[in-house]
Write a protein that binds this ligand. Sequence first.
Ligand code: HSE
Length: 436
Amino acid sequence: MQEINVGLIGFGTIGAGVARVLLENREIIQSRLGCPLNLAKIADLDITTDRGVKIPDGILTTDVNEILGNPAIDIVIELIGGYEPARGFVLKALAAGQSVVTANKALLAKHGNELFSAARENEVDFYYEASVGGGIPIIKVMREALAGNRINSVCGILNGTCNYILTRMGSEGADFAEVLSEAQKLGYAEADPTFDIEGIDTAHKLAILTSLAFATPIDYDRIHVEGITSIKPVDFDFAHEFGYKIKLLAIAKQEEGQIEARVHPTMLPESHMLAKIDDVFNAVFVNADALGPSLYYGQGAGMMATASAVVGDLIDIARNRLNGGLRRVPDLSFQESAITPACYRPMQEITTQYYLRFSAYDKTRVLSRIAGILGENEISIASVIQQGRSQTGGTVPIVMQTHKAREANLRQALEVIDELEIIAAPTVVIRMESDL
Ligand code: HSE
């Protein structure tokens, strides 16, 4: 009987999950595929630590070249993360005619175009479902299920660590640092949590979704990125008073021939479906012309959820091989000739509503001076919250919700306001999105 042999590079948390799924679900996978999907080799520098999965003899190796270019291995899984040596390993596998599966969003965001070209030239598959949304099959949805649609926008909560932190801060008034350390212990955060909390991991994922949605090469540098580190528990209280939740949102939309692609903390109306996505869960909200709005929800991080996506890719590629259909689906769904560089809208040109929290000294005419400067810059105020007087003669928060305004106008106004002697600290700005 024919077999498909798999080599796994990287025996960390996700690697151990993949091994477990392949070994424990071997029969059900075979009953779907029609032949065995064998875990033939696992390469890692550390092959002695117990990962909680019993690996049969002869599979573990410290030599990656027992996998890369080995004609007995059909599909290579790259799960070491980071840029190098991951990029070199993937290129070597593709050049040797091996198909590749990866979960590495950072690698795709930086080198995706090069890797897609190599896969095309070598006529093999390069699948990356686990790179966005962990276990949620959003890549398959975008590449295949929605292939008949024009995508208008794709927005999402794409980082489990940030969503966990924001959920706990919002529900318990918990401290940022304490919740981050718990997320790390639970294994959600990246090795370097900066990528999570500064929005970089979310932006890597948005760069991939933007290309899939709008037929453009991956261009991470065009994504505007802000993280969640400057949000304070008090912002959740004010958000609640306005009827909003705070989420780290990835937004990509195409309007008037321009792409807007941005990652930043966002206030969403409590009634919006994305506002209801809590804890480590991720969700992607797609607006497509034929289907209309649709929401994809599930575990965006973690060992078994991510392993589920990796193994789904393996089975897809194995099916392609068995049916002589490698390259059945183009890497970004579009034919290469249809993928063209896009025009991205500069951040200064976006228009949205804003939440502004001013730290003002408790003096007379503060509110009128702030309102005056906003008005001079064409920013109209929708509502204001000013709490009771400072008991200590210190600062008081003044919070405003604006009507829709141009980002450039807002920045111009804040440059002036933040220099006033009545202002004690830089104004906190959170964009409010009501019509995604
Ligand atoms: N650190 C990521 C997260 C893992 O928290 O979502 C999945 O990419």
